[in-house]
Design a protein around this ligand. Structure first.
Ligand SMILES: [Zn+2]
Length: 291
């Protein structure tokens, strides 16, 4: 991604409707333009007083298999694909008015959001986008799964993901490295869909969740590959893990410049890395203030 650029918002409102995977509830998301330095903000228009939840790591709460924000009593969950669409296209300021806590699953990818935002058009704003340059290695996790941020000599944002379900799994091992740009994101990452194993889908259904989601709405892998569905890329799974990473890293609230490498990382570790980067930034500011 171009690391020295102006902030952007959308030129006009846009909306998208769908069903939440977990809750099965119908939900509508309306994207609205927002002024410079306002960031990405979710607004729960269905709750009294329309509470606002800025999409920053301070409001992140841990939930399984998805990314959730909470501020006071207001929650928004499954936000990662919306965040990825905005971050991937370089949209920094936007209000997302929603009428349910869970965001729509759509086809499992962030392409429907990207298309809605592209149709609205982008607007460059008269202020530079803040960025954070990674200047030392930060590594979290263990040998089973880990993520790290390290300085990047090219001054770009480079992402690498290594997915490993083991050689006996229908998903297997896949790896991908990219230098993030809006065009690359749109063409190569945005169409990739969320996925899970048949056993994981059965467990979710047994808990009474995901009643309206079918094998056509996301990728469910049986022993021989996707059930009742076809891959959009041979390595669609690792591409989608990268989409999740782009969405989660956006919770930093600024452009991160550096090299980000993940091995079997998920939303929890992604968020912990952002928390560590932001905390380091704060402690540096405090040191400068004391000096
Ligand atoms: Zn995802």
């Amino acid at each position: 991604m171009d690391t020295k650029r102006n902030q952007r918002t959308i030129a006009a409102p846009a909306a998208i409707e769908g069903v939440g995977y977990w809750s099965g509830e119908d939900v509508r998301v309306e994207f609205r333009p927002a002024p410079v330095d306002s960031g990405i903000v979710f607004v729960r228009g269905d709750l009294p007083g329309a509470p606002r939840i800025p999409a920053v790591i301070e409001h992140h709460v841990q939930t399984p298999r998805r990314t959730t924000l909470r501020l006071g009593r207001a929650t928004v969950e499954m936000i990662e694909h919306l965040m990825a669409a905005l971050a991937g296209m370089g949209i920094d300021n936007c209000e997302l008015w929603v009428d349910r806590p869970e965001m729509p699953g759509c086809d499992g990818s962030c392409m429907p959001f990207v298309e809605a935002l592209r149709a609205a058009g982008l607007l460059e704003q008269d202020a530079p986008r803040r960025q954070r340059v990674i200047d030392r290695v930060i590594r979290l996790g263990n040998c089973e799964s880990w993520i790290e941020a390290r300085p990047c000599c090219s001054g770009k944002r480079v992402l690498r993901y290594e997915l490993d379900y083991g050689s006996g799994s229908p998903i297997g091992r896949q790896s991908l490295e990219i230098s993030l740009s809006p065009r690359h994101f749109h063409v190569n990452l945005a169409p990739s869909r969320t996925f899970l194993l048949e056993s994981e889908a059965a467990e979710i259904k047994a808990r009474g969740l995901g009643r309206r989601a079918t094998c056509r709405d996301l990728l469910v892998f049986g022993p021989k590959g996707p059930i009742d569905n076809q891959l959009r890329f041979p390595d669609e799974c690792v591409r989608h893990k990268m989409v999740d990473m782009v969405g989660d890293l956006a919770l930093a609230g600024c452009d991160l410049v550096g090299r980000f490498v993940a091995y079997r990382s998920g939303h929890r570790l992604n968020a912990e890395l952002v928390r560590a980067i932001v905390a380091e930034n704060h402690s540096e500011k405090q040191l400068k203030h004391c000096a």
